[in-house]
Design a protein around this ligand. Structure first.
Ligand SMILES: Cc1ncc(COP(=O)(O)O)c(C=O)c1O
Ligand SMILES: N[C@@H](CCCC[NH3+])C(=O)O
Length: 383
């Protein structure tokens, strides 16, 4: 079990996100070490967590940014990232967002459809600029992950299907305000096996060979993100296997000379450094169940309600007490507002602090104010 400075929590309003910056720094150092290759560029997928305190740390480590909205581009710039370090993706970019991205000199647009291409060309022309783009391909690969977060199947809304690629490339090469930089892929999130990434490498090798034959070379290949983390036992793997991940691409993707390989990692960068800390309000004995009712709800951490995800729950006030079964539930008026059923936890009392672990990614950033609740605050910790 991770150590928390619990005496300091007593004065704080709950729920709040606890961020272990020492672990974040160790994670960033490991990414730097394992991705050391002059052809590799790692971008942080800001959608995972855009807390300014986290972003500044990531910016200082030298990573770029993958943004999916105008708001994310602005958050990145506020945190000190330069426009050219930002790649801008998304199936539904608005005209205003495209303009904002062009005016801030974003490094690359990951384009997801032909009509989007036309609009970027038109807006770039009106601004007298040229947009650098990569075409996002839907490679039809099963990432073996939750159906809501798989993105690379033909039935998903993302990217351009492979059979449409020749027509689109032919068109891109004719557009005056577009510069085709490369190809982009992202097959899904929370991928815990290496095999889908190897299949992605194979697909990219095949596509590249076909285009080399046609005389077209790409400056960049972007393989997206998706590296999963250990939700069941965060202390066993506080830092994901970046070594194995980067090695898979280094060994299996046939990069062309001078070609850059881009990555867009989100969850694996920030998930394990964050925990949602909540206070127990009541312990309620039902007829068949014992409920621990806590002051955090699905508004603070929606992943269990949305994906049936499970975050490890720890009673950090009395970790060594005798264990009982509890359903750990929040105060929101939805039955899905439940963090765990039949959890075996050390005896819980009113006022105890519980930690919901591995919540640094897609936690705080997905919080809402449903039921007119206050958004959770954050607490930074450094050893
Ligand atoms: C295009 C794109 N890139 C990168 C990411 C980051 O993924 P992950 O947090 O799984 O690394 C996502 C989210 O799944 C995405 O949609
Ligand atoms: N928000 C999701 C992942 C989706 C990632 C964005 N494409 C999660 O919590 O797991």
């Amino acid at each position: 079990m991770a150590r928390f400075p619990i005496d300091e929590f007593k004065e704080l309003a709950t729920p709040f996100y606890f961020y272990d910056l020492t672990l974040l720094d160790r994670t960033l150092a490991e990414i730097k070490r394992t991705s050391r290759d002059e052809r590799f560029r790692v971008h942080y997928a800001i959608k995972a967590n855009a807390n300014p305190g986290i972003l500044r740390r990531i910016q200082a480590s030298g990573l770029g940014v993958d943004a999916v909205s105008g708001g994310e581009i602005l958050a990145a710039i506020d945190a000190g990232f330069h426009g050219e370090q930002i790649v801008y993706a998304g199936v539904g970019k608005t005209d205003a967002e495209i303009r904002l991205a062009l005016n801030n000199g974003v490094g690359c647009f990951n384009v997801e459809s032909e009509p989007e291409l036309d609009i970027i060309d038109e807006i770039a022309s009106s601004l007298g600029l040229k947009a650098n783009i990569a075409l996002r391909i839907n490679p039809n690969i099963d990432a073996h992950t939750h159906e809501y977060i798989t993105t690379g199947l033909a039935e998903n809304k993302f990217g351009i299907n492979l059979d449409q690629l020749p027509d689109i490339i032919e068109k891109v090469l004719r557009l005056d305000h577009i510069n085709l930089s490369g190809l982009h892929f992202h097959i899904g999130s929370q991928i815990t096996e290496i095999e889908p990434f190897l299949m992605l490498c194979e697909t990219i090798n095949r596509i590249q060979d076909e285009w080399t034959e046609r005389g077209v070379e790409f400056k960049t290949i972007n393989v997206g993100g998706g590296l999963g983390i250990d939700y069941a036992d965060p202390d066993r793997h506080p830092i994901p296997d970046f070594e194995g991940y980067f090695k898979a691409f280094r060994n299996h993707l046939r990069l062309r000379p001078e070609q850059e390989l881009h990555f867009e990692l989100g969850r694996s960068v920030v998930a394990q450094c964050g925990s949602l800390i909540t206070r127990v309000l009541y312990v309620k004995e039902g007829t068949t169940k014992r409920f621990a009712i806590v002051d955090a709800g699905m508004t603070d951490l929606i992943r269990p309600a949305l994906y049936n995800a499970h975050h490890r729950i720890e009673n950090i006030s009395s970790p060594n007490d005798v264990k009982h079964h509890y359903d750990v539930v929040g105060p929101i008026c939805e039955s899905s507002d439940c963090f765990g059923k039949d959890e075996m936890l050390p005896a819980i009392r009113r006022g105890d602090f519980l930690a919901l672990r591995s919540a640094g990614a897609y936690g705080e950033i997905m919080a809402s104010q449903y039921n007119c609740r206050t958004l959770p605050s954050s607490y930074f910790y450094e050893k």
